[in-house]
Design a protein around this ligand. Structure first.
Ligand code: SAM
Length: 253
């Protein structure tokens, strides 16, 4: 009997479940964003949407005294987060749940902080911010990273790459206006440095891709998946001056 072929989604989960993080970012930049939030002891209830295996969920828990719910579409990622929370002795305050960022399981006006790194573009920056607004208390904060144009030159190959992945890039100025339109006071925006992409994400991901090639020798679906991922790296190294992840912080008015 033929063994089942892995789908690209299976491969995405398999390649990423063992990684520290599933997209560009790093602890230092998460800390830099946290520093804009004033008195962290006032944050009783936080959510990390599109948390993956929870790199920044657990970091939030280290900085906050309150509870943090990490939410992600993929049960395999959420299981890793819950395991790590137990290992780190914070499972009483950190809980991973399976769910979708556009159908949140929270009470309205119940959260002091909504965090989301590398995920909001999956449902749209403005659409996500507008929907999440209803779940924050007045004065609550939102902090998200979103791929954005950093210059006025928008190479078509980059636009196409992100469109094929279901995302669109806008300028930082456009996104700040969108954040304000959604009912937030603008707090800060800053771009993530190159090392957040390369050392923190692409390098460990490449090791995982090598592992997939060894596990599925000669499998065309796996080879195409690996080629797509490597193409992303080539594009980033060539065009990185024009786009990148930007941290946006806002406060509910
Ligand atoms: N925040 C993590 C990090 O920085 O390591 C993961 C970032 S990864 C680029 C994007 C994450 O968003 C993935 O874990 C993916 O499963 C999740 N995701 C995508 N669409 C989602 C949705 N509609 N609802 C919840 N999670 C989603």
């Amino acid at each position: 009997m033929e063994s089942k072929q892995p789908s690209p989604i299976d491969l995405l989960v398999e390649a990423h479940a063992g990684l520290e993080r599933q997209g560009p970012g790093c602890a230092k930049e998460t800390g830099r964003a946290l520093a804009f939030l004033g008195d962290l002891d006032l944050i009783a209830n936080a959510a990390d949407l599109g948390c993956g295996t929870g790199a920044q969920t657990l970091l939030l828990a280290q900085h906050l005294k309150g509870s943090v719910v990490g939410l992600d579409l993929f049960p395999a990622f959420v299981d890793v987060l819950n395991g790590r929370a137990r290992e780190q002795g914070v499972a009483d305050r950190v809980r991973g749940v399976v769910g979708s960022m556009d159908d949140l399981p929270f009470q309205r006006e119940s959260l002091d902080l909504i965090w989301s790194e590398g995920a909001i573009d999956n449902i749209g920056f403005e659409r996500g911010l507008a929907y999440w607004h209803g779940f924050l208390k007045q004065g609550g904060y939102v902090a998200v990273t979103c791929p954005s144009w950093l210059t006025d030159e928008h190479p078509a190959v980059i636009e196409r790459f992100w469109a094929d992945a279901g995302s669109r890039l806008d300028s930082v100025a456009y996104n700040i206006e969108a954040l304000q339109r959604c009912g937030y006071q603008f707090v800060a925006a800053f771009a993530l440095p190159e090392t957040c992409w390369t050392d923190e994400y692409f390098t460990p991901r490449e090791a995982a891709l090598e592992g997939l090639l060894r596990k599925y020798p000669g499998n065309e679906i796996v080879e195409a998946f690996v080629a797509d991922n490597r193409h992303e790296v080539e594009l980033y190294l060539e065009y990185q001056q024009h786009y990148g992840y930007v941290f946006y912080l806002g406060r509910k008015r």
